[in-house]
Design a binder for this molecule. Structure first.
Ligand code: KG4
Ligand code: ZN
Length: 343
């Protein structure tokens, strides 16, 4: 069975074709992605209206590209999966609208998928996929959550951010330092030239006894340091501040993940979402988990950030287990706010 996945929840249009077998992990046949980063860079962040318009321009050509890459046509697609939420309403409507129009025109069933479930399952497309159960650390631009995952569709929220997400903390701190958008990779690059001990930054809720996160105070502290450094701040001080910011975020993420492992007694971690591409986070988490005999799984680097493959994969894994049935009712809706634990 071939599943076409369409992702359009934020600033990346992703389309992919995944083959779903009766059992075993589905396989990725082809994927294509268009990032809107260049378009939003001038504004220092995502402009929702521009994002929607660009998804409209990209989604059909990307679909053609994916199908032709494997010599397939729309007739070879058995299910069209799309991101139903969470995300930007207008952006989600584009992917949902195109997926349902394709389905209706060709009589192919459609399926709405949770974006974070896509992220969470994305390591299953690796050569060495994880086994259930595991603790999932979901760290994207809009979400920071620790989940207990017992199987596909069995998600228990252990803790989440009470204000900014980890990716948002990277992005907002980078913006305060005058770096480009998205800030995470830019800040991480600059941090390589800095000493993380030069500036002392807060680690909110580190000792709260809960698995919740808070990153808003970190951004305020970065702002205060930048104001003190003044308008002609040198590159070296900026690099020190970037290193300290990255260290503070990574520190909190690692320590809370270890606390989640202890609380659940689980021995496996899956890290997913854009911040999962951060090299320091991977390094620290790998080292700490290795000491405890715990295995950490990540998606392939190219699948850390938004993509269509994870949407097709999540649909495939839900269908394999009979959790969902694809729909031939093409009256779609989108869910810009949609808690993963309710899926
Ligand atoms: O999962 P994602 O692509 O989109 C959302 O669903 O939000 O995550 C995007 C986030 C952005 O905040 C970006 O700055 C961050 O992931 N990010 C990183 C890195 N690569 C992407 N943060 C830190 N280090 C990175 N290497
Ligand atoms: Zn995402």
């Amino acid at each position: 069975m071939n599943i076409l996945g369409v992702e359009s929840s934020c600033d990346e249009t992703g389309v992919a074709l995944v083959e779903c077998h009766a059992s075993g992990v589905p396989t990725l046949r082809a994927q294509a992605l268009h990032s809107q980063i260049d378009m939003h860079q001038a504004y220092g962040g995502v402009v929702p209206e521009l994002a929607s318009r660009d998804h409209i321009r990209r989604v059909v050509p990307l679909t053609r590209h994916v199908l032709s890459a494997v010599g397939a046509s729309i007739e070879d697609v058995d299910v069209v999966a799309f991101t139903r939420g969470p995300g930007l309403a207008g952006a989600l409507l584009v992917g949902a609208g195109v997926a349902c129009a394709l389905g209706a025109a060709r009589g192919i069933p459609v399926m709405g998928v949770h974006h974070l479930e896509g992220h969470l399952l994305s390591p299953f497309l690796c050569a060495d996929p994880p086994e259930f159960p595991f603790v999932a650390l979901l760290v994207s631009g809009g979400h920071t959550q620790l989940m207990r995952v017992d199987d596909v569709g069995s998600y228990e929220l252990l803790g989440e951010t009470i204000d900014d997400a980890a990716g948002e903390a990277f992005d907002k701190s980078a913006k305060l330092m005058g770096l480009g958008y998205p800030g995470g990779p830019e800040l991480a690059r600059l941090a390589e030239f800095g000493d993380p001990t030069v500036f002392d930054l807060p680690r909110p809720l580190l000792h709260s006894g809960t698995l919740d996160f808070s990153f808003a105070g970190l951004k305020t502290a970065v702002r205060t340091h930048m104001l003190k450094l003044g308008s002609n701040v040198c590159e070296q001080d900026k690099a020190h501040l970037a290193a300290a910011t990255q260290q503070a975020i990574v520190d909190v993420l690692v320590r809370k993940t270890l606390a989640a492992l202890k609380a659940t007694g689980l021995k496996r971690v899956v890290v997913a979402g854009g911040v999962g591409a951060n090299a320091r986070l991977r390094e620290r988490l790998d080292a700490e988990c290795a000491k405890r005999g715990t295995r950490v799984h990540y998606p392939e680097l190219a699948l850390c950030t938004d993509n269509g493959a994870m949407i097709a994969l999540a649909a495939a894994m839900r269908l394999q287990r009979g959790i969902d049935q694809p729909q031939r009712d093409y009256a779609f809706n989108v869910l810009p706010r949609w808690p993963l634990a309710t899926v």
